[in-house]
Ligand binder design. Structure first.
Ligand SMILES: [Zn+2]
Length: 156
């Protein structure tokens, strides 16, 4: 398992994504972002998601997480849907944390949101089933206690 950085050390580990004009730097994006193809069907607001944009340092790990979830489901799309894992809520997104000047982990491409309607921000429950939580935990990804949709490859 990779020893993920603390959030405060994200710049050193993932690189500094800040570019001019308050956007992500083009060079940083080109050098650090890659894609993972999920082993099951996913969608975003009804549109199929062919691949997930993620930091290259997290890509293999995220793929292992998704493959573990797929195996745990018995490779049944129905179960993946029932668990909420097919509802993609976003990954790379250059933005700040809510109510803060710090960058969100999404700005580094090391975070993914799943089933945002079912697991809305600010609530500790409901949360994902054990199969899903275990798959992320096995790779060291952190599920935020008051943002259950959100998994990140960084510690507090
Ligand atoms: Zn998130």
């Amino acid at each position: 398992m990779i020893d993920w950085p603390k959030q405060s050390e994200a710049d050193a580990f993932y690189g500094n994504p800040r570019g001019p004009d308050g956007k992500a730097a083009m060079l940083w994006k080109a050098q650090n972002l890659t894609h993972v193809t999920p082993p099951f069907a996913m969608h975003f607001m009804g549109t199929p998601v062919a691949h997930i944009t993620i930091h290259r340092k997290c890509a293999d790990s995220l793929l292992r997480v998704l493959q573990a979830i797929w195996l745990a489901s018995g490779q049944e799309q129905r179960k993946i849907d029932a668990w909420g894992v097919s509802e993609f809520g976003g990954s790379f997104n250059f933005r700040r944390m809510r109510g803060s000047n710090h960058l969100s982990m999404h700005a580094y491409g090391c975070a993914i949101d799943l089933a945002p309607q079912r697991f809305p921000m600010g609530r500790t429950s409901p949360r994902f089933c054990d199969e899903v939580l275990k798959a992320f935990a096995a790779e060291g990804w952190v599920n935020l206690p008051r943002d259950r949709m959100h998994f990140q490859a960084a510690h507090f």
